[in-house]
Write a new protein. Structure first.
Length: 559
């Protein structure tokens, strides 16, 4: 079709599916284990964990989507290798692979694959690029779990949003289409049972929670209760991921837990244009996905969605209790839990959340309001980025601002861009007063000018709220960690000698990014704090080891 965007499979096939040379294979042999597969053998099955990256030394294998075995994605011969990002972290495969002929192969398990990335930099870079591009191919081809439900259903949108924000491919079938009707008949369910999720491992879930879905597709795996990490990071936003990358690359054992998705609020940004090194801008999802993959490349474990309930100091370490009932043991803690989206104080808001009220503007939300009149509340940079993005698809965008102007709270380049868009109208000194609709379907939005008291109601079905955030620190209440009057974690001005930069009132616990009192609420600042806190962690661990050695010397002398 004329004007249709080309897929990664078409434009970057050689990078996504490279053929390694004999010299490349020789360099990889010290990392792998020989394996033989008979013709017809199942090498990989969607939903099941594989042995790792599988390099073909002789023979051929074909990769297909689990629900479309007659439509091959790619065929590998000598020098080709099976695997994508799931194999970097030991998660289940997203596709099936069958040996077309007898195969001699070399299997590189996830730990050794990460060694390849570090010890064979140039070759590792090519392999890493291929793994990332293959995930993009699977996203484009919608290979993964199948969500059956109507496109505007709030739970369908919730599940889609969770998978999209975690970079996991999926397919959605609408029950009004012929294909979905057959699916409903096959699984003996009615429209009232929807949404339905068909996992690659064969399981069927009825309107699952994000945690249930993550466990079904292998995104979330059991945490080793016997392991003690050097660093446990709470929050996978820019600050948390930066800490993970720098700490893991320096040899520390790292685990990151987040209750929603990687990237935090930055991951939901439609475009970041003032981040150093990206003159043409980059979507928040793209930037944060790179950091997420980078952390895993260096061996950091990621647990999403896992919510921390409590933080407790036990002996010379800490224990984090999770909502799943599992726990994490670590020598140090980094609190990078960021902030929670601030909600509008208006009646009936909750019944429209997830389907008509949105807290970020991604392609998922824009598809719902394409060609429509929409409203957005907010006056910060996130609101500015979102309103410009939405203006590209919406018929009209009403930007509702409580203050006197947007210039005082928004970057100059965004103010100029908003002023240049003919379908954006900025309403200052204005606030939303009422939401009207029925059966969970929003039909009208009303707002009032705070000076004139004039009220306006418009037939608007989608409202975007980007009105700032509040610190996500309620879970710290029982820990004794000091917070300021607004709930942000205090890390400066703490009395007592020996405190390290970013350390909280509880020694060994650090706070960085948006959750920290006095921090600069910018992506680059959060990344800088994530890198900087690693030096403090090293210093703390060194002090702790010296103290332990000194205690041992004293005990030996006493004996």
């Amino acid at each position: 079709m004329a004007g249709q965007a080309q897929s990664v499979f078409e434009t970057r096939k050689d990078q996504a599916f490279p053929v390694l040379s004999a010299a490349d294979i020789d360099r990889l042999k010290r990392f792998g284990t020989a394996r033989h597969y008979e013709a017809g053998a199942e090498i990989a099955r969607a939903g099941q964990t594989t042995d790792g990256l599988i390099l073909i030394l002789s023979g051929q294998t074909r990769v297909t989507a689990h629900n479309a075995p007659d439509k091959p994605i790619v065929t590998y011969s000598v020098g080709g290798f099976l695997g994508e990002l799931a194999q970097l972290s030991g998660r289940p495969a997203l596709t099936d692979a069958v040996a077309l002929t007898p195969i001699e192969a070399m299997v590189i398990d996830p730990a050794r694959l990460r060694d390849v990335m570090v010890q064979e930099a140039e070759l590792g870079e090519r392999i890493m690029r291929a793994l990332i591009l293959r995930r993009v191919v699977l996203l484009e081809q919608k290979v993964g779990p199948v969500i059956v439900g109507r496109a505007d259903n709030r739970d369908v949108l919730r599940l889609q949003g969770f998978l999209r924000r975690n970079g996991h491919p999926y397919q959605t079938l609408d029950p009004d289409s012929d294909g979905s009707a057959k699916t409903l008949e096959q699984f003996h369910v009615t429209p009232a049972d929807l949404p339905l999720v068909l996992c690659p491992n064969g399981s069927t879930l009825h309107n699952p929670s994000e945690s249930q879905l993550a466990r079904c597709i292998g995104l979330l795996q059991a945490i080793d209760p016997t392991r003690r990490y050097d660093v446990a990071i709470i929050g996978a936003g820019p600050a948390g991921l930066a800490t993970a990358v720098y700490a893991a690359s320096e040899g520390l054992s790292v685990i990151v837990a987040d209750c929603r998705a990687f990237g935090g609020q930055a991951g939901a940004s439609s475009r970041i244009e003032n981040y150093l090194g990206f003159p043409t801008g980059i979507t928040g999802m793209s930037l944060m996905a790179r950091a997420y993959n980078q952390a895993q490349k260096f061996g950091a474990e990621i647990a999403i969605p896992e919510e921390v309930l409590t933080l407790e100091k036990i002996g010379d370490g800490f224990t984090l209790t999770l909502t799943s009932g599992e726990s994490i043991s670590s020598r140090t803690i980094v609190v990078a839990s960021g902030a929670e989206y601030r909600r509008l104080n208006v009646a009936d808001l909750e019944q429209y959340e997830g389907s008509h009220i949105h807290y970020w503007a991604s392609p998922l939300e824009t598809r719902l309001c394409q060609g429509e009149e929409i409203a957005l509340v907010g006056a910060g940079n996130s609101a500015g980025q979102a309103v410009v993005y939405l203006a590209g698809v919406a018929k009209k965008v009403w930007m509702i601002v409580r203050g006197d102007s947007i210039e005082a709270t928004m970057s100059h380049y965004l103010c100029e861009r908003i002023a240049a868009q003919p379908n954006i109208e900025v309403l200052v000194q204005t606030e939303v007063t009422k939401l009207e609709g029925h059966d969970g379907s929003l039909e009208n939005i009303c707002w009032r000018n705070r000076q004139t008291r004039h009220e306006t109601c418009r037939p608007i079905r989608h409202l975007f709220l980007l009105i700032g955030a509040e610190p996500n620190t309620r879970w710290l209440t029982q820990s004794g960690i000091a917070v300021d009057a607004k709930g942000f974690v205090v890390t400066e001005g703490i009395p007592g000698a020996g405190r390290h930069p970013f350390e909280t009132s509880l020694s060994g616990v650090f706070a960085i990014g948006d959750v920290r009192s006095g921090s600069v609420k910018r992506v680059s600042a959060s990344v800088g704090e994530g890198a900087g806190v690693v030096a403090s962690i090293h210093a703390y661990l060194a002090d702790a080891d010296k103290a332990k050695d000194s205690q041992f010397v004293k005990e030996d002398a006493h004996v």
